[in-house]
Design a binder for this molecule. Structure first.
Ligand code: NAD
Length: 509
């Protein structure tokens, strides 16, 4: 189905899954990538053995000392070239993302656009890695802080953003003077092979050494090698809260640095002052886009009782129009789930909603027949629930939207919105300034992302991205997220012939 794209991206039927740049190794078990679009085998990747992993790390260590010596704006130039190449390959890579992961072609291209955007951001950043100057309390002294590269940054990624999350991390880490080692999801290994080919060509053209950008392939075990490895200065891990808790403990055990981007349980509050047209579009896209497999997908709608019925009826009507099918066909709104395991989780979640007292308003189903041969296509569900149900409290990575009613003031809705373990994305639909400002205040949303009059889903690369509580606390992408990829050093310089001590302490000899 995408043979031309695979050829252009350098993907063969069987690919070595370990690379330090132009060098590729292959000894481990075979990971076969099946498309959730049609269930067909796309290609296979040979996973990384422990011996190969150590070889990759040794090469990365050598590369780290060479790379950090290259001035930051020159490192930015390499990232600029990456962005340029991604512009050329956007439709090709976008199609692979869509076919391997199952998101729509538009969303696949959108993901590549995010890679381009973060490259552009990082190029500018390469001339802006600023520290502060600080006035010293001692005469004839100057103080400042500066940022140095960390070394090796390990990047562990989830299946649902198989290329963008790598780029968010890699573009920043590279301009910051770090080298990167990527362990992609075992569910989308080919996207990583494609990206590694793209960056390896650029590094080679610029006569740069092996090890600046590496890839290792495998499952959780390979991820564990990275989190246990003292040679990896920062572990940036994106995935489930379960994975994040394991990585956090392991990395903290060696006092390493971690940056965690974990699960969400995102809500939109719909007040009586909401624009209902905008609300319905935002909620439906947020809940069914990427088949509910975005970390920022809308899981809960917290709706005021006065407008509850109106919103509910409009949503049920909108869901009837959703076209489910091949995500490469632009006529369809929703593609498949990633695999049949995800379908089982969806089915189990619906059963739990019923068991726990929820009322299903739009019934789910696993689709079969022509066009649905992969067994990964499901119908999106709407259920009326209460916020405290166990199933509502946890993230189900599927298109299940929960409707929750609130009464009284917006503070009651905010309390429900915050009453979950996760803290990634949140939104309020209102044209009332007081409600909006309260939601954004310290008494408001406890999430890393809080929006007014847009949904929970999607984010621009210019802002720092991430969430609180069980979402892990990490921040990636824009704003000053780059500081996590560097170590800060405070410098004090005495340009006098005296040695005054701080805080006026005397030490006479
Ligand atoms: P997952 O946790 O199953 O896997 C994510 C990655 O972690 C994979 O590469 C996997 O091999 C690796 N891994 C698993 N266990 C590990 C361990 N113990 N040690 C080291 N590595 C380990 O997640 P998934 O199913 O691929 O992705 C879906 C999840 O990711 C959802 O919870 C979603 O909300 C979350 N997510 C969060 C963000 C964010 O920015 N907050 C972005 C995308 C996805």
């Amino acid at each position: 189905m995408i043979k031309k794209e695979l050829d252009l991206l350098g993907i063969k039927s069987e690919n070595p899954g370990t690379s330090t740049g132009t060098k590729w190794f292959a000894k481990g078990n075979k990971i076969t990538s099946f498309s959730p679009v049609d269930g067909k085998e796309i290609a296979a990747v040979l996973s990384t053995t422990r011996k190969e992993y150590d070889k990759v790390i040794e090469t990365a260590q050598k590369a780290a000392s060479a790379w950090k010596d290259i001035p930051a704006p020159k490192r930015g130039e390499i990232v600029r070239q990456l962005g340029e190449q991604l512009r050329i390959l956007k439709p090709t890579l976008g199609k692979l993302v869509s076919y391997e992961m199952g998101k729509s072609y538009q969303e696949g291209m959108g993901e590549v656009q995010e890679m381009i955007d973060i490259c552009d951001f990082a190029v500018g950043l390469s001339r802006q890695l600023y520290g502060n100057t600080i006035h010293s309390e001692r005469p004839g002294h100057r103080m400042y802080d500066q940022y140095h590269p960390l070394g090796i940054v390990g990047i562990i990624t989830a299946f649902n953003f198989p290329v963008a999350v790598w780029a968010w991390n890699a573009a920043l880490a590279l301009v910051c003077g770090d080298v990167v080692l990527w362990k992609p999801s075992e569910k989308t290994p080919l996207c990583a092979i494609a990206c590694q080919h793209i960056i390896a060509d650029i590094l080679k053209k610029n006569n740069l050494p092996e090890g600046i950008s590496s890839v290792v392939s495998g499952d959780a075990e390979t991820g564990k090698w990275i989190s246990e490895d003292k040679r990896v200065a920062l572990v940036s891990a994106t995935g489930s809260t379960r994975m994040g808790k394991a990585v956090a403990v392991t990395v903290a055990g060696r006092l390493g640095k971690s940056l965690l981007e974990l699960g969400g349980n995102n809500a939109i509050i719909v007040t009586p002052n909401a624009d209902l047209k905008m609300t319905i579009i935002g909620a439906v896209f947020g809940a069914v886009g990427t088949a509910g497999q975005r970390c920022t997908s809308t899981r809960r709608l917290i709706i005021h009782e006065d407008i509850y019925k109106k919103v509910k009826d409009a949503l049920v009507a909108a869901y009837k129009q959703i076209k489910i099918g091949d995500p490469l066909d632009v006529k369809n709104h929703m593609g498949p789930l990633i695999d049949t395991q995800a379908v089982d989780m969806y089915t189990e979640a619906i059963a739990k909603v019923k068991e726990q007292g929820g009322k299903i308003l739009v019934e789910g189903a696993v689709l079969s027949g022509k066009g649905y041969e992969s067994g990964c296509y499901v119908k999106p569900v709407i259920a009326e629930v209460e916020n405290h149900f166990d199933i509502v409290q946890s993230e189900t990575f599927a298109p299940i939207l929960y409707l929750i009613k609130y009464s009284g003031g917006v503070e009651n809705a905010i309390a429900l919105q915050n009453d979950v373990a996760q803290g990634l994305s949140s939104a309020i639909m209102t044209s009332n300034l007081r409600e909006a400002e309260l939601f954004l205040s310290n008494k408001g949303s406890d999430c890393g992302i809080a929006n007014v009059n847009i949904g929970t889903s999607g984010a621009e690369i210019g802002g720092a991205f991430g969430g609180e509580k069980e979402t892990g606390g990490g921040r990636e992408s824009g704003s000053d997220a780059w500081k996590l990829y560097m170590r800060r050093q405070t410098n004090t310089i005495n340009y006098t012939t005296e040695l005054p001590l701080a805080q006026g302490i005397r030490f006479d000899l």
